[in-house]
Design a protein around this ligand. Structure first.
Ligand SMILES: [Zn+2]
Ligand SMILES: [Zn+2]
Length: 265
């Protein structure tokens, strides 16, 4: 299986996950042009995408969805509530309703040779999900936009080869920063985003000897930076109640506007 981040951050998200025979995207929150350029850089075209898995209707996840569905007629998978919210989002323009396929949390489905396992996340959207994707014995996940994690989430993220995990903000930077108070409260709340600290704590609960790579993503532009996310997550793993040191696993930080190296497992 291959996974790579085409874009990740509060300003736009698009993650490629695929095999030799099936090519998927998780979210399409950047322009159609950036999606095409990103896919080109890993030897693919948008027209070759077999499906778009949407996590939720916030603009940083669906900004390019209108363009790519109109241009390429790509099928879109999301919960019924997310689909309703997308169809009511004027900014993405007219979309063909028949391209949308409703899915449910905890109900596995397949596209080509990939089994997709959507699970619920705590976020201020209609009925948001994150995705675990499997091909044979290989298993990857994209888990962002989570205000909190619990045993259910920890359970869903067991046994992964690659995890793209949210490390959204540094709590002190956010508290001291320029965001208005209600927005700070939203981000810090149970339906907001995972801080670097919480991300590292969650990671400590899902690490295992065969985890091949961790990609930190969905960093806030205002309230975080790559080195801080990286160091904080590693420190939390090292200090946490788990057998590992933060340096035991390759951890990379996905860039807001650059394609990360393709990870193959
Ligand atoms: Zn969101
Ligand atoms: Zn988001």
């Amino acid at each position: 299986m291959d996974i790579c981040s085409i874009a990740s951050g509060s300003s736009g998200n698009c993650i490629y996950v695929g095999t030799d025979h099936c090519h998927l995207m998780v979210d399409a929150g950047i322009s159609g042009k950036r999606i095409e350029n990103g896919l080109n850089s890993i030897g693919l075209k948008t027209a070759e995408i077999d499906g778009i898995l949407v996590t939720h209707e916030h603009s940083d996840h669906i900004g390019g969805l209108g363009v790519v569905t109109r241009k390429y007629g790509l099928p879109v998978y999301a919960t019924k509530e997310t689909i309703d919210a997308i169809l009511h989002t004027r900014s993405i323009g007219k979309v063909e309703e028949s391209l949308f396929h409703p899915i449910e949390p905890d109900m596995d489905f397949s596209i080509g040779d990939i089994t997709i396992k959507p699970f619920s996340i705590s976020h201020d959207a209609a009925n948001p999900v994150a995705y675990v994707m499997e091909n044979g014995s290989k298993k990857v996940a994209v888990a962002t936009d989570m205000g909190k994690y619990d045993d259910y989430i920890v359970d869903k993220l067991q046994g992964l080869d690659v995890l793209l995990l949210e490390a959204n903000h540094d709590i002190r930077m956010l508290q001291a920063g320029s965001y208005p108070y209600p927005l700070k409260r939203r981000i810090l709340g149970e339906k907001g985003h995972l801080s670097n600290e919480a991300s590292g704590q969650l990671l400590g609960k899902v690490l295992h000897d065969n985890m091949k790579k961790v990609i930190l993503g969905h960093l806030s532009k205002e309230n975080n930076y790559a080195q801080l996310a990286y160091e904080t997550v590693r420190l939390e793993v090292t200090m946490g109640d788990n057998p590992y040191d933060g340096s035991d696993f390759p951890i990379v930080v996905a860039k807001r506007d650059e394609v990360t190296d393709l990870v193959n497992v």
